[in-house]
Design a protein around this ligand. Structure first.
Ligand code: WT7
Length: 664
């Protein structure tokens, strides 16, 4: 399906939506964009003064020594203060800040005042253990309010946090603890998913086995988790582990927010790159918060009375920017749900929307596609009339899924904001401003104010309408990441060397005749599985750590629900036999090395991998093979073409064996 096929299908915002929107017309939006392009520093400087609380004003808006940026230089502020304290002076003190629902239907609602008390007590607890500005905390938590409380308590004190998604394995936690030199860990006994306990504390114990730098591990008593033998999951270690409730008991409910430099690191979030080692994306304080805050207005058109729900996990950047920091900074009510979308039945999301009268709903194309599959009867059982705006994030949304979302969930009444951004960009960069921009299914539409996005060819020249090219951003923006943690060289190399002075996103895109952006996907060895970024190199390095594996090559393959699925080709060491059982074992192996979301759809054990004469694995051929089961194109560099022929027939045979097994 090409972008051009859909360039004519348009959905203009209704007069009613626009009349109540924060930005009501294309003219108003254009005026903002033009101003931001003409005078970026005045534009962002004014917003920063107006929209954030400052303990000390900044002297200068931007200091840009490419590729290193400093925003709001000399200013002092605090993210937690902006997200909580400033709302306490108004009626918002008794407004719901966090509405939480657990998988079994448990419910908790924290007002801004209650959130303040919880954050203050936890921050005081951390202080009492000696933690403060510059320390580094790994947060490995389920989707509970305490995840946000832990993040905000760190932000309050200037402790740099790194949230690790609860689906990651002990191995992945350890890599992050080591890279960050974390000295504090925060976790829970367990989380829950489809009625099953996720043993977070046990994973943490395993990860920390060789991490002597971590002095304390604070454990939230969430599930009262017991394993099959009835013992608490993960025994508490006397000198290291503390229960959350014991730590906060008796702590003062007052805790002053630390006035932090605008550029103080707020968090490091690890994301996959093209090598085996995850990249520690560093976000800082003022610029990050400002752009999260502004995009809540520009993209989500946030109104005081909205109940806003982003279904991401706090472990991903979407959870940081659009469950915690952006919404709370705006004084919004943000909903958190711990559990699976289809538990106990496939209508769980729609039940939650109906129950809490959610008005703004933000989810992923993968989730939407799985809802389509389970059938319209599930959403149709529920009153979704509270919804007024829908959002999508994580991967390109295919037009068919877009139309379903619009019709069945949005009742043809709600604009859809397809939001393009990345862990690195910190906040949404390209998305429709819903009261002002007509949408087209599959297009993220136009760059937001202050975002100088462009599409260029390999020589750096802008490409014309309809032409495919590299998506880049030309001017620094406040919520941009500042570097990769303790690796300026890799930061320069990965993002700024291909087009000097210009940020390279790693995505391919094209623009249509209306100037709308159509993001096509990654151009590097990174794949997108259910909206989660996965490096094929990371999967390969995990694979060759298995004692039976000699060599491995991982590629992405289009997948009906997940967008892309991971397929790994591997050869075995001499003395080992290829078998369907070993394939299965290797799928589990990757899941345990990286995390369950990385479990490959297929591990194909083959006799040899196709290589160039210089010995490089030809992943392009493997990609073609998984798509079409045959190879075309230039194979003159292929060392041994017969390898490819063998691969296609072997793959087939193996499939036959597996389907036979299933059938029997
Ligand atoms: C990559 C970033 C942004 C938070 C979630 C993912 C792809 C993301 C879209 C979209 C097309 C998209 C891109 C991007 N992507 N949103 N609306 N349309 N592609 O964050 O893990 O940093 O991944 O996800 O390829 O580069 P991430």
């Amino acid at each position: 399906m090409s972008a051009a096929d859909h360039a004519d299908e348009r959905f203009a915002p209704s007069a009613e939506f626009s009349a109540h929107a924060l930005i009501r017309s294309r003219n108003d939006l254009n005026a903002l964009c033009e101003r931001a392009a003409r005078e970026p520093e005045e534009f962002w400087g004014e917003l920063a003064r107006q929209e954030l609380h400052w303990f000390e004003p900044f002297q200068r808006v931007l200091q840009w020594e490419a590729p290193f940026a400093r925003w709001f230089v000399g200013g002092r502020t605090n993210v937690a203060y902006n997200c909580i304290d400033r709302h306490l002076a108004s009626w918002r003190r008794n407004k719901a800040a966090i509405v939480w629902e657990g998988e079994n239907g448990e419910q908790r609602i924290l007002t801004f005042q209650e959130l303040y008390r919880e954050v203050a007590r936890f921050a005081n607890g951390l202080k009492s253990l000696g933690y403060g500005k510059g320390d580094r905390a790994i947060i490995y938590m389920p989707m509970v309010p305490e995840a946000a409380i832990a993040m905000l308590a760190c932000a309050r004190l200037g402790i740099i946090h790194s949230v690790v998604f609860g689906g990651f394995s002990p191995e992945a936690i350890k890599t992050r603890v080591d890279d960050l030199e974390a000295n504090l860990a925060i976790t829970a006994d367990a989380g829950v998913r489809r009625g099953r306990e996720v043993p977070l504390k046990r994973n943490m114990d395993q990860a920390l086995r060789d991490c002597p730098g971590v002095r304390h591990c604070v454990v939230l008593h969430h599930r009262g988790a017991r394993d099959a033998q009835g013992a608490a999951i993960g025994a508490m270690q006397a000198t290291r582990d503390l229960w959350w409730h014991e730590l906060v008991s008796g702590q003062s409910e007052q805790c002053a927010a630390e006035p932090l430099d605008s550029e103080h690191p707020l968090y490091v979030l690890y994301t996959s790159g093209t090598t085996g080692k995850p990249k520690g994306v560093v976000h800082t304080t003022a610029g990050y918060l400002l752009q999260c805050h502004m995009t809540m207005q520009w993209v989500f058109d946030l109104h005081e009375e909205d109940t806003y729900w982003c279904t991401a996990d706090v472990g991903w950047v979407t959870g940081h920017s659009y469950i915690v920091y952006g919404p709370l900074s705006m004084g919004a009510t943000t909903l958190m749900y711990e559990g699976a979308p289809d538990f106990p039945q496939p209508d769980r999301f729609w039940r939650v929307i109906e129950k809490y009268r959610v008005s703004v709903f933000y989810t992923s194309p993968t989730a939407i596609r799985s809802f389509i599959k389970t059938g319209d009867e599930w959403p149709q059982k529920h009153d979704l009339s509270s919804l007024r705006l829908l959002g999508s994030v994580g991967e390109p949304i295919n037009p068919a899924a877009w139309r379903w979302y619009h019709k069945v969930i949005g009742g043809e009444r709600c604009p859809i904001v397809d939001t393009w951004w990345q862990t690195e960009t910190g906040s949404i960069m390209i998305a429709p401003v819903p009261g002002a921009v007509a949408t087209k299914p599959g297009s993220a539409t136009l760059p937001l104010p202050g975002v100088q996005a462009d599409i260029i060819d390999s020589h750096g020249a802008p490409v014309g309408p309809g032409q495919q090219g590299y998506l880049v951003i030309r001017h620094p923006w406040p919520s941009m990441f500042r570097t990769l943690y303790r690796d300026d060289a890799r930061y320069k190399e990965v993002y700024w060397s291909r087009f000097p002075g210009i940020y390279f996103t790693g995505d391919a895109a094209r623009r249509d005749a209306d100037g709308y952006f159509w993001v096509l996907g990654r151009v590097d060895d990174v794949i997108n599985v259910s909206g989660h970024r996965l490096s094929t190199m990371e999967a390969e390095s995990a694979m060759v750590r298995h004692p039976a594996v000699a060599e491995a090559a991982a590629v992405g393959k289009p997948h009906e629900l997940k967008g892309q699925a991971l397929v790994v080709f591997a050869t075995v060491k001499s003395g080992r036999q290829r078998s369907p059982e070993l394939s299965e074992e290797l799928r589990d192996w990757i899941a345990s090395e990286i995390g369950s979301f990385a479990r490959p759809d297929e591990v194909r054990l083959v006799e040899a991998l196709p290589k160039t004469r210089s010995g490089k694995i030809m992943r392009r051929l493997l990609r073609e093979l998984v798509v079409s089961d045959k190879v075309s194109g230039d194979t003159t560099t292929l060392e041994d073409y017969s390898v490819i022929l063998k691969l296609s027939s072997e793959g087939k045979e193996e499939e036959e064996i597996l389907s036979e097994k299933k059938g029997s």
